[in-house]
Design a protein. Structure first.
Length: 98
């Protein structure tokens, strides 16, 4: 789905940023071709670099939890899994008694 601000999808933005990084054409020409400003291109490029930096640092997608809310959610899910494991053991023992 296109982004309301630029009318470009995430995939289109990525393709434009990667095309700009190849340096086969000037950024000004690239932006004219795609109907975006150079400021928009550089904003997308910087966000792309920051996302890559975050991923390489192990924070965010594919890495360690990136926020306290994520850590709290993981702790809660681990607690629920542990509780369910205990309940399963109890049920198994009861089944063997009958």
């Amino acid at each position: 789905m296109p982004h309301a601000e630029s009318g470009k999808t995430i995939e289109e933005k990525l393709a434009i940023v990667l095309e700009g990084l190849k340096e086969s054409t000037s950024i000004a020409e690239l932006c004219r071709r795609h109907g975006i400003s150079q400021a928009t291109y550089y904003n997308w490029r910087d966000k792309f670099f920051e996302g890559g930096k975050t991923a390489l640092a192990g924070n965010g997608p594919g890495g360690r939890p990136s926020s306290e809310a994520d850590k709290a959610k993981i702790a809660e899910l681990e607690r629920v899994i542990g509780q369910q494991a205990v309940e399963i053991q109890v049920f198994k023992k009861k089944l063997k008694l009958f």
